[in-house]
Write a protein that binds this ligand. Structure first.
Ligand code: NAD
Length: 442
């Protein structure tokens, strides 16, 4: 098929574009920034995701991916157009649909120049009702055509996880695929794209598809906040949360507990934004989203527990040197949107500490956030060598290697993610962690 991805320079858009091109479709990867598109056309993926680099180069070489700024011509040539633009939070937490609306209007205009039936599908995360009340009317009024007759409409929520985006796209078995369809004809076109993927496919209506995305993210975010709350209680009671988590996982009703790890809270471009948007919508329609609000409240406060622990360990932070390991909101990505590291580092700075920081992929994004307020280093060892404490904020696998810490002057580690096995640390170290009852001396 010929497919257009609008928002092709973003995390979801670029992964979808490259993924669909690798499946043999001809994909127009539409962005609005020439510089980014130019990089993509040279095989530079502009975001960090495992395997994206090689896959991008391969689809470009085969002529299957066409990076372009020309939305109109791309849509006119395409059987399916995906809307993958951003849906950020407004100041009050509600969803900002400006990008979606603008793109829907542009696609609507473009449709005037297409004679054959095609399908427009929303992949951006949007509050239930958005596709039917905002996107569809914009498409109809700007194209002067009728949905269902002249073109189809779908909503196909995206479930990829940053850090595993390419794998999740190509092998969505663990996530499943949801097609929200305006009518059977619209859904059949999307089904054709996804039918050969090894995953269950749910065909449902558009509103349910929109809601499934929010329900899933809210459920997982709630698990993270639950884990952090229990971990905080454990810490005060002198109980090791890791043992508690292991004990919980023995209960098959609780399951694998992949979201029950305690830490500094969830971040990223999805959980905080999506839970906030659902809270705002729930209030707007007169319901009380108590669990969702509590989820956000716990999460908001969680970075402060790491700051508090650091103060308990090394005393007043004024003038102290802190080596921070990990800045991205999670390992495997360079994304720092809503990263807990932002709150942790700002807390350290507010207390007068000096911060040197390292992340394998997120240093460029961190520079845009902190400017010259902190020191950036290109090796983990440099961040911690002369620090009064090493604070682990993101659980990149390389930080689990205990040899990394051998040259540390202070020999104090504060683990915000329970990443390290303190038993493997060199002699004379003191190890503290979130949800850990008392320090271990090696
Ligand atoms: P992003 O900000 O990385 O990407 C959005 C892209 O759209 C940007 O590159 C922007 O330049 C481009 N864009 C905006 N307006 C445009 C226009 N008029 N024409 C062409 N391009 C335009 O956002 P993202 O993280 O990829 O998220 C996109 C959507 O997918 C959001 O709704 C998000 O909630 C959802 N989502 C994200 C993830 C994730 O892990 N990042 C996972 C699932 C769902």
């Amino acid at each position: 098929m010929k497919i257009t991805i609008v928002g092709g320079t973003g995390y979801v858009g670029l992964t979808t574009a490259v993924g669909l091109a690798s499946k043999g479709h001809l994909v127009f990867c539409v962005g609005r920034t020439k510089e980014k598109l130019e990089k993509i056309s040279r095989g530079i993926p502009i975001i960090y995701e495992d395997r994206l680099d090689e896959l991008l180069k391969s689809v470009l070489k085969k002529g299957k991916l066409i990076p372009t700024i020309d939305l109109t011509r791309s849509v006119q040539k395409s059987d399916v157009s995906f809307i993958c633009v951003g849906t950020p939070s407004r100041q009050d937490g509600s969803i900002d649909l400006t990008q979606v609306e603008e793109v829907a209007k542009k696609i609507g205009k473009a449709l005037t120049g297409r004679k054959e039936y095609c399908v427009i599908t929303v992949k951006s995360t949007v509050i239930p009702g958005t596709t039917e009340k905002l996107v569809l009317p914009a498409l109809e009024s700007f194209s002067k055509k009728r949905a269902g007759k002249d073109f189809g409409v779908c909503m196909t929520p995206e479930f990829l996880r940053e850090g595993h985006a390419v794998k999740d796209f190509l092998f969505p078995k663990d996530q499943g695929i949801v097609i929200g369809e305006f009518d059977r004809k619209s859904g059949a076109v999307l089904y054709e794209i996804y039918k050969d993927f090894d995953a269950k496919i749910l065909r449902t209506d558009i509103r349910a598809a929109e809601m499934i995305k929010y329900a899933r993210n809210s459920y997982l975010a709630k698990d993270v906040s639950f884990a952090n709350e229990i971990s905080n209680i454990c810490q005060e009671l002198g109980v090791d949360y890791l043992d508690v988590k292991t004990g919980m996982e023995l209960d098959s009703r609780i399951g694998t507990g992949r979201f029950l790890s305690a830490g500094v809270g969830f971040g990223g471009s999805c959980f905080p934004k999506d839970v906030n948007a659902l809270v705002a919508k729930a209030k707007e329609i007169g319901t009380k989203p108590r669990i969702l609000e509590a989820t956000l409240e716990v999460n908001e406060a969680q970075p402060a527990t790491l700051i508090k622990l650091t103060k308990q360990v090394i005393g007043e932070l004024k003038g102290k040197k802190i080596g921070v390991l990990g800045l991205a909101f999670k390992p495997g990505t360079d994304d720092m949107r809503e990263a807990p590291a932002i709150k942790v580092i700002n807390g350290f700075l507010l207390e007068g500490a000096e911060v040197s920081a390292y992340d394998p992929e997120a240093l460029d994004n961190a520079r845009r956030i902190f400017g010259n307020k902190i020191v950036y280093v290109s090796k983990a060892k440099q961040a911690i060598a002369s620090a009064d404490a090493c604070v682990i904020v993101t659980e990149w696998p390389e930080f689990a290697d205990s040899r990394l810490y051998s040259k540390m002057r202070s020999k104090i580690i504060i683990d915000g993610r329970r990443l390290l096995d303190p038993g493997l640390l060199p002699a004379d170290f003191t190890y503290h962690a979130i949800g850990f009852p008392k320090p271990i001396k090696t």
